[in-house]
Design a protein around this ligand. Structure first.
Ligand code: S3P
Length: 447
């Protein structure tokens, strides 16, 4: 008897795709709303919160730190904050599941408090490097103990008084920048973070909206200096979370590569630190029209109309990586359908995401009949006329799973992804939303 394995999913050649969708709330902004809301004095309300597993882990963690967090209805949440420095010592291990952003930002929160917090995560998260967070926090007086090889589980204990510092980020990482700023909120002096290449700036925007004493200077070479004066009260806010461009990316590329498609994706966050994929696809010849640009909670959003397009290969420079760091797997899928060889440079950080995304993408594309060259920092994808499809391993990584399902929709034979459960971490409605546009998936028989 054939056994159906619910974890496996197959995407079949589909199309044309048509219709209108709204992507789920932005994951980065959702995490920050819950965390910064927990540090304000009074009640913050949030609309459009992403209710994916990663963000739900953050809600649970903030409850562990004593904040009162309630869900009023779909996407509608309230957070009763405890004030800067007012979090309480958790009486449990804080488990962030698959979420690197959640845990790294929460390590920054923990560093601002003179008690011990122990963190852990799932099989993917306990293999990801944490020294990049711990090292700057230690300079501020925070104590940290990690499992050997700088991995989780680990314990953070903040000092009685956080020491201010000036710190130049050695890697372009919004997570590291944000962890430092969250610790610095409870510091009597001014902390300065210098980022040579700007990464997503949602923490700075949100802290400013909450009334933090933060200012930013830009050097002649484009480096940003972020100064934060700590020990200021934060005022609760009403937040509306814009749609996640990193989730919209899957529908955008699907519409481009599935012949005859015409899809509208509404309410997409257009913060310039997040739009590298759109810029790159437009350079490749994509038909993407942006309409009704508007402001939402201190961020810009717009509606995108995407039509199937003949794509041409480009070289994506290393400086663009921070503005599209999560989008390389889906860009590599678009590149497989483009004419010529697409080169993506400066991708070292992809090796330490939810999986080693460089090798996951390279192996997945090869399994689908696409030629790929991979070295330490760059990836070359040779576009072909007819992409065959095949069987792909998701490696416990939501973006790998979704990227290859999208490839399957435009492939000759379809794509089976071995385990799609992690999609629930960032885009729980991925399947129904894509089905609504005309995508076909099924659950293939197990062995
Ligand atoms: C994020 C920062 C990025 C990104 C992640 C979300 C954030 O990580 O990959 O998905 O919300 O700050 P890095 O800071 O490691 O680049």
């Amino acid at each position: 008897m054939a056994i159906t394995d619910a974890r496996r999913l197959r995407a079949l050649r589909s199309g044309p795709l048509s219709g209108t969708i709204r992507p789920p709330g932005d994951k980065s902004i959702s995490h920050r709303s819950l965390m910064i809301g927990s540090l304000a004095v009074g009640e913050t309300t949030i609309e459009g919160l992403l209710e994916g597993e990663d963000v739900l882990a953050t809600a649970e963690a903030m409850r562990g730190f004593g904040a009162a967090i309630e869900r009023g209805g779909p996407g509608s949440w309230t957070v009763s904050g405890l004030g800067v420095g007012g979090l309480l010592e958790p009486d449990r291990v804080i488990d962030f599941g698959n979420s690197g952003t959640g845990i790294r930002l929460a390590m920054g929160l923990a560093g601002a408090h003179a008690f011990a917090t122990t963190f852990t995560g799932d099989a993917s998260l306990v293999e990801r490097p944490m020294q990049r967070i711990v090292e700057p926090l230690q300079r501020m007086g925070v104590q940290a103990l990690l499992r050997s090889g700088d991995r989780l589980p680990g314990t953070i204990r903040g000092p009685d008084a956080v020491v201010p510092m000036e710190y130049r980020l050695p890697v372009a990482s919004a997570q590291v920048k944000s962890a430092i700023l969250l610790t610095a909120l409870n510091c009597a002096g001014v902390t300065t973070v210098i980022e040579p290449v700007p990464a997503r700036d949602h923490t700075e925007r949100m802290l400013t909206a909450f009334g933090a004493d933060l200012d930013i200077e830009t050097d002649d070479d484009g480096a940003r200096r972020i100064h934060l004066q700590g020990e200021r009260d934060l005022r609760p806010q009403k937040i509306t979370v814009p749609g996640d461009p990193s989730s919209a990316a899957f529908a955008i590329v699907a519409a481009l590569i599935v012949e005859g498609s015409d899809v509208t994706i509404e309410n997409v966050l257009l913060n310039p630190t997040r739009t590298g994929l759109i810029d790159t696809l437009v350079e490749m010849g994509a038909s993407i029209e942006i309409t009704d640009r508007r402001g939402v909670s201190g961020e810009e959003v717009g509606d995108l109309t995407v039509k199937a397009s003949a794509l041409k290969a480009v070289t994506v420079p290393a400086e663009r990586a921070p503005s599209m760091i999560d989008e390389y797997p889906i860009l590599a899928v678009a590149a497989a359908f483009a004419e010529g060889e697409t080169i993506m440079q400066g991708l070292g950080e992809l090796r330490v995401k939810e999986s080693d995304r460089m090798s996951a993408v390279a192996d997945g594309l090869r399994a689908c009949g696409v030629e790929v060259e991979e070295d330490l920092e760059s990836l070359k994808v040779k576009g072909i006329d007819k992409v065959a499809g095949g069987s792909v391993e998701a490696r416990h990584d939501h973006r790998i799973a979704m990227s290859f399902l999208i490839l399957g929709l435009a492939s000759r034979d379809g794509v089976t992804v071995d385990d799609t459960r992690t999609i629930a971490t960032s885009f729980p409605d991925f399947r129904p939303l894509m089905e609504g546009l005309g995508a076909t998936f099924d659950e293939p028989d197990g062995d």
